[in-house]
Design a protein around this ligand. Sequence first.
Ligand code: NDP
Length: 331
Amino acid sequence: MRWGLVGASTIAAEWMIDAIRSNSGEIIGVQSASAEHGAEYAAKHGIPFSTTQLEALLDKQPDAIYISSVNDKHRTQLEAAAKRGIHVLCEKPLATSLDDAKAMVQVCAENSVRFATNHHLRWAASHQTIRAAIAAGEIGEVRSARVFHAVYLPPHLQGWRIDNPAAGGGVVLDITVHNCDILAYLLGEYPQEVVSMTEHKLFGDKVEDEAMSVWRYPSGVLAYTHESFATPHAGHGIEIHGSEGSLFGESVMSQRPVGRVFLQRDGVRQELACEPHNLYDAAVADFVAAIEEGRSPACDGVAGTRSLAVALAVLESAAEGRKVSVDYAGV
Ligand code: NDP
């Protein structure tokens, strides 16, 4: 498959270029707003073409594009590709508003193009193991969940994420969307209402760098989540608690294929086997298979829109100091 990169980004450099190539993808070009950065990036990653003009990249007729620009650019870039019948794998958060994300889903449907959201965690062997254990009834009826995804934002990522609300900066749009998606993957449902608080701990007052919230699901499950850019020593993980047992994913909220899963039942703690694999390779593999098989990707634009809706509700709850019903805008 022939791919165009939209955005000369860190995530593409660190993970996605390799993931595309390991799925036999050919990267034919990259578009960046900066001619100099785009040219340097292309040379460094062995990409034969760079341009500042999205249309020039699309004129090369890639089968798909991977969008990893800053979040407020995603919608217009996706629309340009979808209208030409080009499939899109887009980074999260899909956009900075629900209207934008909804329009993205719509334009892809109208043009019959496949649209995937790059929520990587559901491709981790650890989370797949937790999901299988829940489905097998190992913990009985699920009652509650806890996600602790509080990290220290590495210096090379301390750019727009910490000072640019218009670009979709802030820990909620960055990390809460992932937490929502992984809980949806594990629990099979999305929250109905949320209540949250945010803080500005370390990186100035333009966007929040710390958030905690409680989410209620239609089944009655309650989940609490902690996201942070300012918590260097906490470690990260997920817990799912049921009537017959609990599942613990230790160090599993990672880009890397790491972490361990434990099942606790009847006072006995047992490690569950999970064979690690590259999360991003698996995400690209599913997107490619979806195109070939004419089906929706497992994590599609609807999933990306719903995780954005929850993050926006978390921000609204924190801003207004009240419980908020999540508005999924009919998506
Ligand atoms: P970066 O800041 O590395 O890149 C974003 C954009 O910033 C680039 O596309 C580029 O703009 C511009 N840029 C970056 N470096 C330079 C430079 N040296 N000179 C000029 N312009 C530069 O962002 P990330 O890679 O961290 O994030 C990109 C997207 O990916 C976001 O949507 C983010 O939320 C998502 N993401 C997803 C992850 C996941 O696991 N699913 C993990 C990390 C990020 P231009 O568009 O002009 O090329």
